[in-house]
Design a protein around this ligand. Sequence first.
Ligand SMILES: Nc1ncnc2c1ncn2[C@@H]1O[C@H](COP(=O)(O)OP(=O)(O)OP(=O)(O)O)[C@@H](O)[C@H]1O
Ligand SMILES: [Mg+2]
Length: 304
Amino acid sequence: MARKVIRVKDLTKEYDGTTAVKEISFQVKEGEIFSLVGPNGAGKTTTVEILECLREPTSGEATVLGHDISDEAEKIKEKIGVMPQDFNTFDRLTAEENIKLMGDLYGSNNVEEIMKKVGVDKFKNKKFADLSGGMKTKVGIGMTLISNADLLFLDEPTTGLDPHARRETWNLIKDLKRMGKTVFLTTHYMEEVESLSDRAAILIDGEIEVLDSIENLIDQHGGGIKVRVLEDGRAVEIIHDKADEVLEGEDGTLTGIFDSKKEARQALIKLFQLDSKVEVQDAGMDEVFIRLTGGKIDEGGELV
Ligand SMILES: Nc1ncnc2c1ncn2[C@@H]1O[C@H](COP(=O)(O)OP(=O)(O)OP(=O)(O)O)[C@@H](O)[C@H]1O
Ligand SMILES: [Mg+2]
C-alpha cells in the first residue's frame, strides 16, 4: 500500500462571514496525481494554501509528509514544491535567472538539469515578462523542482493557457509523475482531470461531493456507454432491444446508452457481425460532473 503523503481530517476554513471549506477529509497517496476539481470559489486555493502552511485552518487537522500543519510548518515548507495560482515571478529577470535565484535560495546546483527537464533551456535568455503563458508555466514548474521536493502543489497550472500549451503542460506533469513525484493539482478542466489524475475529488462550495479514482468515477457516475448507429436496418432493432436508453439524433443516427459494460459488449458483437457502422463513446469526467452536480464548469471556471 502506498504511503499517504497528505492526510486531511474535517478541515474547515471560515473567513469573516463565509465558510470557504467545510469539514473536508481526504488522503493523498505517494506517487499519485491527485486533483481537486471545482469551479471558481469552490475552496481549492484555500485548501492548497492550508496544506502549504500559508493559511491557518479554522478547525480540523492535516499532516503533510508526516508533519502536522499546526506546529511543523517550517519542516513542511522545506520539503514541498509550490506553484501558486496566477504564478508570477521577477518580470525583468530571464527565465534562467529566475530559476537560478530559486536554486541559490535552496543551495541547489541542478539548475541546468532542471531547465532541460522542463524545456526552459530553449528560451532561457528571454525575460520572464516576454514569455508566453505556456513558457511561464514551465518556468514555474522548474522553480518547484529546484528544492528537490517529492511533493508538488500546482494550483491551476493550465488556466488561461491555449490548448497547445495546456497539452504541453500535461506532458510535463506526467513526466513529474514518472520522476516519482506526488502531484497535488487543482483545476476546473474536466479533460485535464481525466487525462492526468489517478484520483480526483470534486469540490463544490467547500464540500467534497465525491472522491475516487477516475476509472471508478466514470464507471459509477458516468452514465453508461454510448453506442451510435445509422438509423437503418437491423442495427436499430439491436439498439432498441438492448440499450437502457435510446436517443434519436437529428443527423439520422440512433444512440443507445448502456448502463452495463457487459450489455454494451454483447450488443457490439452483434452489431459488428452485421457489419454495421458503429461509433462507441465511453463517458468522461464531463458527464460525471454533470450527473453529480447538475451543472457544468465553463471555460472561465464558472459553474453554469
Ligand atoms: N483571504 C480571503 N478572505 C476572505 N474570503 C476569502 C479569502 N480567500 C478566499 N475567500 C473566499 O473563500 C471562497 C473560496 O475561495 P478560494 O480562492 O479558495 O476558491 P478557489 O476554488 O481557489 O477559486 P478559483 O477557481 O477562483 O481560484 C470564495 O468564496 C472566496 O471569495
Ligand atoms: Mg484558486
